[in-house]
Design a protein around this ligand. Structure first.
Ligand code: NAD
Length: 262
């Protein structure tokens, strides 16, 4: 795979799960990293320093809250100050809440739309000027199979993910002539904390056991009957940043074990 040396990738929500896997994959290729996300400060510092020493790259951590436009603007400014610009932007931070729509807490709706959808608008609008100046940019939005199909009890998440697919296509058209590509990766179920947390809620909402949720709800949707791995998603993300992938833009790319082929 093409080296990422000299490039900077900012990955939102990269203290855990898919985002962390993507950060590790970019660091392995020699790219500088801006980590973002919540968690225990000491653990995050261990992670940051570990990536730096293992891969000989610069790794910054920014704890900006992706539900705040002002915090995102400040984070993007700090990234430009430190690295001169963000060459690769991965909009990955996301949360989930599972409940019937007439019971869906308004605060959860607002948070999911802010973090899973609006944050990508705020990071992208801040990242594009430096990308245009450098004549190179890659924006990768981690959407979901739920950007293509729905599941009950996930109204906010499905709305946000369908929204990110539309946003991806629109921005791709706007910057297509400037060597900036904008794509969405749509994973199926990956066994990260985000999925682990929703198993008990789904069991409650459907009145079934947690084992039945995994077998009959989550993996029932995936013809492969296997969870997608973090490494599989990260590897596609890295590929999208290469010169070979320069003609892939505005694409909504499923990595979901055949789920949306149904
Ligand atoms: P995760 O819970 O393991 O990680 C989420 C990350 O986002 C964490 O680093 C967390 O700290 C961060 N985060 C949450 N709220 C934040 C906020 N307000 N500001 C900044 N950071 C915040 O989840 P994951 O499964 O790795 O999910 C990552 C992305 O992948 C999400 O957008 C999710 O919708 C998407 N996705 C996940 C799956 C799956 O099965 N796990 C499937 C399809 C899509």
């Amino acid at each position: 795979m093409q080296s990422q040396r000299g490039r900077t990738a900012l990955i939102t929500g990269s203290t855990s799960g898919i985002g962390l896997g993507i950060a590790e994959a970019f660091a392995r290729q020699g790219g500088n990293i801006v980590l973002n996300g919540f968690g225990d400060a000491a653990q995050i510092e261990t992670l940051r320093a570990g990536l730096e020493s293992k891969h000989g790259v610069q790794v910054a951590y920014d704890g900006a809250d992706m539900s705040s436009a002002a915090a995102i603007e400040a984070m993007m400014k700090r990234a430009v100050e430190r690295f001169g610009g963000v060459d690769i932007l991965v909009n990955n931070a996301g949360i989930q809440h599972v409940a019937p729509v007439d019971d869906f807490p308004v605060s959860k709706w607002d948070a999911i739309i802010a973090i899973n959808l609006s944050a990508a608008f705020h990071t992208t609008r801040a990242a594009l000027p430096a990308m245009k100046k450098r004549g190179f940019g890659r924006v990768i939005n981690i959407a979901s199979a739920h950007a293509l199909v729905a599941s009950p009890f996930k109204s906010a998440y499905v709305a946000a993910k369908h929204g990110i697919a539309g946003f991806t296509k629109t921005v791709a058209l706007e910057v297509a002539e400037q060597n900036i590509t904008v794509n969405a990766i749509c994973p199926g179920y990956v066994l990260t904390p985000l999925v682990q947390k929703q198993i008990p809620d789904t069991a409650r909402a459907r009145g079934i056991s947690e084992e039945e949720v995994v077998k009959n709800v989550l993996l029932a949707a995936q013809p492969t009957k296997k969870f997608v791995t973090v490494e599989q998603v990260a590897s596609l993300a890295v590929y999208l940043t290469t010169d070979d992938a320069a003609s892939i833009t505005g694409a909504i790319l499923p990595v979901e074990g055949g789920w949306t082929a149904h």
